[in-house]
Design a protein around this ligand. Structure first.
Ligand code: FES
Length: 104
């Protein structure tokens, strides 16, 4: 498992997300304004593209039906529902203005 260079940090403005693809894997990479966080780019509700959602703090709101997903844990923060598994989160590192992802 190694760090993979993704882009320069200035290419993702604060409170925006971008889709990053590694083969069949689609990852939503966000700049929260404070740091960069990454989760799988598939809402656990009906598969909405989380990278296109609205970022607030460390949460993204899915663009399809407004579920809120915590970008730190991958858990659903709203609606509060039992039994919905968290989505995968990915480690992110920024070094010298470049964003790196660690893909497990
Ligand atoms: S697909 Fe994301 S809230 Fe429905």
């Amino acid at each position: 498992m190694s760090w993979t260079r993704v882009t320069e940090s200035e290419n993702i403005p604060p409170r925006e997300g971008r889709t990053v693809r590694f083969g069949d894997l689609s990852i939503a990479l966000f700049n929260t304004g404070e740091r960069f966080l990454a989760v799988e780019n598939r809402c656990p509700h009906k598969g909405g593209p989380l990278a296109d959602g609205i970022v607030g703090g460390t949460t993204v709101t899915c663009p399809l039906h407004n579920w809120k997903v915590c970008l730190e844990s991958g858990s659903i923060s709203k609606p509060c529902q039992e039994g919905i598994p968290s989505i995968t989160t990915y480690p992110v590192m920024v070094a010298d203005g470049v964003v790196f992802l660690k893909i497990v």
